[in-house]
Each structure stands twice: as structure tokens, then as C-alpha cells.
Design a protein around this ligand. Sequence first.
Ligand SMILES: Cc1ncc(COP(=O)(O)O)c(C=O)c1O
Length: 282
Amino acid sequence: MPELASVNGVVTPIEEATVPIEDRGYQFGDAVYEVIASYGGRLLAFEAHLQRLTRSMKALAFAPMPLDSLRGAVVGLFERAEIARAAVYLQVSRGVAPRNHAYGAAMDPQIVITVREVVEKPAELRERGAAVITVPDERWQRCDIKTVQLVPNAMAKQKALDAGAFDAIFISREGEVREGTSSNLFAVRDGCLITHPLTPNILPGITRRLVLDICRRERLTVEERIFLEDDLFAADEVFLCGTITEVLPVAAVDGQPIGDGGAGAITKRLYDGLLALAVGTG
Ligand SMILES: Cc1ncc(COP(=O)(O)O)c(C=O)c1O
């Protein structure tokens, strides 16, 4: 079960893969990406990830790329790696060119794919829930585009770990709850789920969408609306959701316990629903 990389179709072990130093992804963060998870050898919501990647490329005015070749490249590497529970990373940069802020004429996008084994989260974290901290959202105003410009996310995540927490939640200047560093967030109050609406301030998470689909199927009430940090503290349940995060209960925010501190009933139900979808029984 080798962990493999592909750079424009050249397949090597991950440690041996390299990109040219004038790749615009490397010098300008001028690249978009997706992370897709597999369960039992099956990629979850692969088409939705490809659609979002296309949207991101369009938003950055990348040269159009046939989806079939991307799809084939991902499936080819995934099958070759033979890792049943994998995280497939797919990155497309605008291309390689002499360093210049302006990108001018369309260039050939550079495609990097890696396939790695997923390290599962400890069962205790899933059962007891994660501690998170809040941080000011200092990111740019197009967080809906999934670019590799992740320094604010990386710094916020490190700040959380340094504080003994699992993750950080971005809060706007107005006190609005946005999302985690690599996840979306839901709060539950009196049986109703609340999550930030799709605006340029958050990533349109694929897992968020899957969770909303499950809610609809299970007739749970959901409000996609702006809500404030204070609403978070008053919630009965809070959870993060993302491709690698799955559905993860939040036990405390800035040291204040949420609900009774463990995974709430609705969070558990949605986690089970997501896993059922992932393994093809949902
Ligand atoms: C900032 C941010 N929000 C939300 C998500 C969750 O998105 P998805 O469910 O598509 O993984 C991610 C995933 O990496 C992310 O980076």
C-alpha cells in the first residue's frame, strides 16, 4: 500500500515528488485544491469535489481543464495506491512561468495528486468532543474559493494546539461565527441546527452539504443564517464537519463547556448518517 504522488502524470513515492520552483502555486499561492476521502476503497462525493474544484479554477480565471482527464488522473493514482481508507489531495496551480505577479496569457495548469492513508481520530475525541478556541477572522474576502493560501488557517490551528485545544473557530469583527480552520461549524439549540449561510466568508463544504442532506432526510430543522459567538456559548450541541474531520462534537469553546460537554444526540445521529453514506449503506 504505497503512498503515492503524481506531478502532471509522473508517479513517484510522495517523498520523491518535486515541482518546479517557478510553479505559481509555490510562489504566489496561485493554486486551488481538494481533499477527498475514501472509505473501503470508495471515494466519497468525488463528483461534488470535482465540481467545486472547477468552480475555484473559474473564480481565479485559470485555463479551463477537461474534467475527464482530472477524474481519470485521480482515479488512476487512487487505484494504484490501493489504500482503502485514503485522503486524496488534488492541487491545480495556474502553471509555471518566470516570476511575475501578473499572469498574462493562459498557461498549462500543474496538477499534483497525492494519496495517503487517513490517520483516524482517537475514539475518545469522537466521544468526548473537542475543545476549540475562537480567533479573529483575518482571512481575505473570498474564503469560498478553495485556494492553497492557508497561512491564516495554519496559524490559527497552531494557536489552538499551543493552547491545548483541537481547533480554532474564525469569528468576524462583528462577532459572527464562521467556520473552523479546515471544517464548517453547526450549532444545535432546542433541536434546531444553525450554520453560517453560503457567502464569500466561508468555504461551501462538501460535508456541510452532505450533513444538510441528512438533516432534510431525517426532518431535522436547519437554519442557514448568521449567528453570533454568544449563540455558540448558549448552544446545546456544537460540531465541526469536514472531509477529514467528518462530524466531530465540540465539547468546549474558549474553555466554556457546550451543553453537557460530550457528543450530543443530534451530533451522534449525523455522524452515523455520514458514515452510512460513506460506506454506501445510507
Ligand atoms: C476553511 C474550510 N472550511 C470548511 C472545510 C470543509 O470542507 P469539506 O467538507 O469540503 O472538506 C474545509 C476543508 O478543508 C476548510 O478548509
